[in-house]
Ligand binder design. Structure first.
Ligand code: PMP
Length: 412
């Protein structure tokens, strides 16, 4: 199979930038289709992190020496790059966190505890990741706020007809994923944000999955907060971003105390630093931020339209191939979908499918994908999930389909 069939996109050249892909697993060339869990890193990212540790490592902001200023400058440049990447927002609106989970917890604990009153409502959807459910349950328990849930249709799209009935004067926040990590559904977040704002609610968008597939302008989307993880954006683990509108961040109290986030400390009282540092207590993940900056720079050099077309072509092949295998049922068939195919197999547990695919060198994920309410909606314990990146090929999709056919022959 010629892997260069998609015009204008040289997938072989992209693959060469990802050293990890060139290996055998269980005697077969690795086929990595677990990108929704974490993406692989291009050499540019690995090199940026190694360069930092080899040449510039020092703690940021507080040192008066050359290495400390180099480290500080590199980290702050990475912040500027992310600010530009998210649509040219202000650098003060970009907070470093450990990832999407911590970004959402920051909003829940800071904004949520300061603003939510008994009877206030937070609107989520059935397809949210646990990271966009549990922090709200915790803050709801602490404040007396209530969680409401926008349902989904059988094909895995949001039921927008139910939205007006759920958005009301008690709604303070709509927290919604831009793209489902299980169904691949891409949600009309800008439209939902417009409706939420008309009801005077704020909007938090979980961008963990969408950010590596689509260009994102957080202001055009109408996001008051936007959360993402570095490791799902070709960057390192342990680093993520919360974008927040400046006036909201200015008004929010810090959620963790310590060094770096203060202006002045005394036992009579402490004053806090300005944003973004007010929200960045302690030594940050400096190498992670630099690595994420390098990942964003790498992505800015990629032809993203061509990459998206390439992924669409792969997904179409995957969908058609899965539909042709007897006993396989896809979960998530909405019209607006990207890069993810989930499925169940009659009479076979998803984990068994995953293990048999791994034995043939094909890496997928099997389980509930941290979306138990979504699994309950479909009445299933879990799915097998294949998720795509620009470095995947049509030949790899075919390898998955052949391996699946073989696995099912073995299981039946
Ligand atoms: N939201 C979505 C939609 C996700 O896919 C994930 C990761 N699976 C998260 C949130 C949590 O991200 P992290 O574990 O990087 O904090």
């Amino acid at each position: 199979m010629n892997s260069r069939v998609i015009a204008g996109f040289d997938v072989d050249a992209v693959r060469r930038e990802f050293p990890i892909l060139d290996q055998q697993v269980n005697g077969q060339p690795l086929v990595y289709l677990d990108n929704a869990a974490t993406m692989q890193k291009p050499a540019a990212v690995i090199d940026a992190i190694a360069h930092y540790y080899r040449h510039d490592n020092a703690n940021v902001h507080r040192g008066a020496h050359a290495l400390a200023s180099r480290a500080t400058e590199a980290m702050e440049q990475a912040r500027e790059r992310v600010a530009e990447f998210l649509g040219g927002v202000a650098r003060e609106e970009i907070l470093w966190t450990r990832g999407t989970t911590e970004s959402i917890n920051l909003v829940a604990n800071s904004w949520g505890r300061a603003n939510l009153q008994p009877g206030d409502e937070i609107l989520l959807t059935t397809m949210e990741h646990h990271a966009n459910i549990v922090p709200w349950q915790m803050v709801a328990a602490a404040t007396g706020a209530r969680i409401r849930v926008l349902p989904i249709t059988d094909d895995g799209a949001l039921d927008l007809e139910a939205l007006p009935g759920l958005l009301g004067e008690r709604t303070r926040l709509v927290a919604i994923t831009q793209m489902s990590n299980v169904l691949g559904t891409v949600n009309p977040v800008a439209e939902i944000a417009r409706m939420a704002h008309a009801a005077r609610a704020l909007v938090l968008i979980d961008g963990a999955q969408a950010i590596n597939h689509f260009e994102v302008d957080v202001r055009a989307l109408g996001a008051d907060f936007y959360a993402l993880s570095g490791h799902k954006l070709f960057g390192p683990t342990g680093i993520g971003v919360l974008y927040g509108r400046r006036e909201l961040l200015d008004a929010m109290p810090p959620w963790q105390g310590g060094g770096q986030m203060i202006e002045r400390v005394s036992f009579d009282g402490t004053t806090y630093a300005q944003v973004p540092w007010k929200f960045e207590a302690g030594t940050p993940h400096i190498a992670g931020a630099i690595g994420l900056g390098a990942a964003v720079a790498w992505l800015q050099n990629l032809d993203r339209d061509a990459a998206e077309r390439h992924e669409r072509e792969l997904l179409a092949r995957l969908d058609t191939g899965l539909d042709a295998i007897a006993g396989v049922r896809r979960i998530g068939t909405a019209a607006a979908r990207a890069a993810i195919a989930s499925f169940v197999v009659d009479g076979v547990h998803p984990t068994d499918v995953g293990v048999l695919l791994d034995q043939q060198g094909v890496a997928v994920r099997a389980g509930h994908h941290c979306t138990m309410p979504l699994m309950a909606r479909f009445g299933i314990p879990g799915t097998v999930r294949a998720s795509l990146a620009p470095y995947n090929t049509l030949a790899e999709v075919d390898r998955l389909l052949v391996a699946l056919d073989k696995a099912l022959g073995f299981l039946r």
